[in-house]
Design a protein around this ligand. Structure first.
Ligand code: FPP
Length: 244
């Protein structure tokens, strides 16, 4: 991405922002509407935030759309969310491609229905040449599950003689994770007032800054996002070292 899109006030801003989009259900309930109404409103916010990324110098945006724990919700809500993902991909594909967004998905696809995974593959392929902004959508994602799958894969490679266990280090595990091609998140945002990580990018966020804000996800806006990005730029990250 070209540096000239960076306005001076966000120089030193986060390259990768990850968001736990929480509060859709409460937002809908406050309006006397079903929870899915909130998820639909939440999906619209994603597009708005992606569009602001290039101007803010954010190259990677990762959003938590469905966790490995979300299967415990009612069948109506799970089915509604799956149908929302299919519709979102179908409806937004062209615009995302034309706006230079490269879309990737992380999470375990095994439990997802074939129609949805086919759409996910198609969208990844359609946008593979884009580089203006990288949008990663986490569906059936959980950090512990991701690490367990990575270790299983590593063990298979060791058994097949493709991986030397003596050479295994932090970088090796990083390369086996779903996020292998992404830089670590610099800033993790969670909306709706809950100060929890909920199994999201645990390994990758070892040095991330966290922002827990009260806004419910459907009320999140480009202005709030820009404010958090600027706030990050004003901070001093040392990665465990002492400032020279
Ligand atoms: C958490 O709010 C939100 C979810 C489990 C779903 C997130 C999905 C979207 C924002 C829409 C789809 C996004 C894309 C990219 C297509 P909650 O239901 O836990 O809210 P609550 O805590 O108020 O109940």
């Amino acid at each position: 991405m070209s540096g000239d899109a960076l306005s001076p006030e966000v120089a030193g801003g986060p390259r990768h922002v990850a968001i736990i989009m929480d509060g859709n259900g409460r937002w809908a309930q406050m309006r006397g509407r079903p929870r899915l109404f909130g998820h639909h409103a939440g999906a619209r916010r994603v597009r708005e935030i992606v569009e602001t990324c290039p101007d803010l110098g954010v190259e990677y945006l990762t959003v938590f759309a469905f966790s490995t724990e979300n299967w415990k919700r009612t069948q109506t809500e799970v089915a509604g969310l799956m149908s929302l993902f299919r519709r979102y991909i179908t409806r937004e594909a062209r615009a995302l491609r034309d706006e230079g967004v490269r879309v990737r998905f992380i999470g375990d696809r095994v439990r997802l229905d074939r129609k949805l995974t086919a759409l996910m593959d198609e969208l990844e392929e359609m946008t593979a040449e884009n580089s203006r902004v990288n949008l990663t959508i986490a569906i059936n994602y959980g950090s512990r599950d991701e690490v367990a799958r990575a270790i299983k894969h590593m063990a298979r490679d060791v058994a097949a003689g493709k991986l030397d266990p003596e050479g295994v280090d932090e970088g090796t595990l990083t390369r086996y994770l779903d996020t292998r091609v992404l830089p670590d998140p610099d800033l993790v945002i969670r909306t709706s007032g809950e100060a929890r990580i909920s199994n999201f990018l645990l390994w990758q966020s070892a040095y991330a800054e966290y922002e827990f804000i009260d806004t419910l996800w459907p009320d999140f806006s480009a202005e709030i996002f820009a404010g958090l990005v600027r706030g990050y730029a004003a901070r001093d990250r040392r990665f465990g070292a002492v400032k020279a």
